[in-house]
Design a protein around this ligand. Structure first.
Ligand SMILES: Cc1cc2nc3c(=O)[nH]c(=O)nc-3n(C[C@H](O)[C@H](O)[C@H](O)COP(=O)(O)O)c2cc1C
Length: 146
């Protein structure tokens, strides 16, 4: 069974909700998904190299990702994630810079095999968010099967 690690940052739990739905979509396709809050990542001593896919999410505040996700990206630079399947996501209000910046870092710095585009949702519960989140999870799972 393939394993996926989903790490999210979230201030008011919108991005957390999207993370849960992406994980659900992956589980529908038989992927074992582990969900972690970025603030617990260090404590849990998780090795991202033990996962076939790594998916990262953060909301946008003042045109940027929140600090814990920036810190995580610098920490993950030390792992070897090259060639692993990746995706990024985040809740946003109007501009939504964070998911794209995370995506680009995973693609260009970590050299991961990224799914098509970051997933940006205003909320997991609005405007077809549940279906889009599940589909994003399924797309990651399908990429793992290839
Ligand atoms: C002070 C503040 C600043 C924000 N700045 C942005 C912004 O620059 N661009 C944007 O798209 N959304 C912005 N938002 C909206 C949040 O991204 C949105 O509420 C999101 O759902 C929060 O996700 P979270 O619950 O995972 O923290 C801002 C919200 C607040 C409260």
């Amino acid at each position: 069974m393939s394993k996926a690690l989903v790490i999210y940052a979230s201030r008011t739990n919108q991005t957390k909700g999207i993370a849960e739905i992406i994980a659900e979509g992956m589980r529908f396709e038989g992927v074992e998904a582990t969900l972690v809050n970025v603030n617990d990542f260090e404590k849990q001593k998780i090795n991202p190299e033990e996962f076939d896919a790594v998916v990262l999410g953060a909301p946008t505040y003042h045109g940027d990702m929140i600090q814990p996700m920036k810190t995580l990206l610098f920490a993950l630079e030390k792992s070897n994630l090259e060639g692993r399947v990746g995706g990024s996501f985040g809740a946003y209000g109007w501009s939504g810079e964070a998911p794209g910046r995370i995506y680009d870092t995973m693609k260009h710095i970590f050299k991961m095999d990224m799914v098509n585009g970051p997933l940006m949702l205003k909320s997991a519960s609005l405007g077809g968010g549940v279906k889009m989140g599940q589909d994003y999870g399924r797309d990651i799972a399908k990429k793992l099967q290839k």
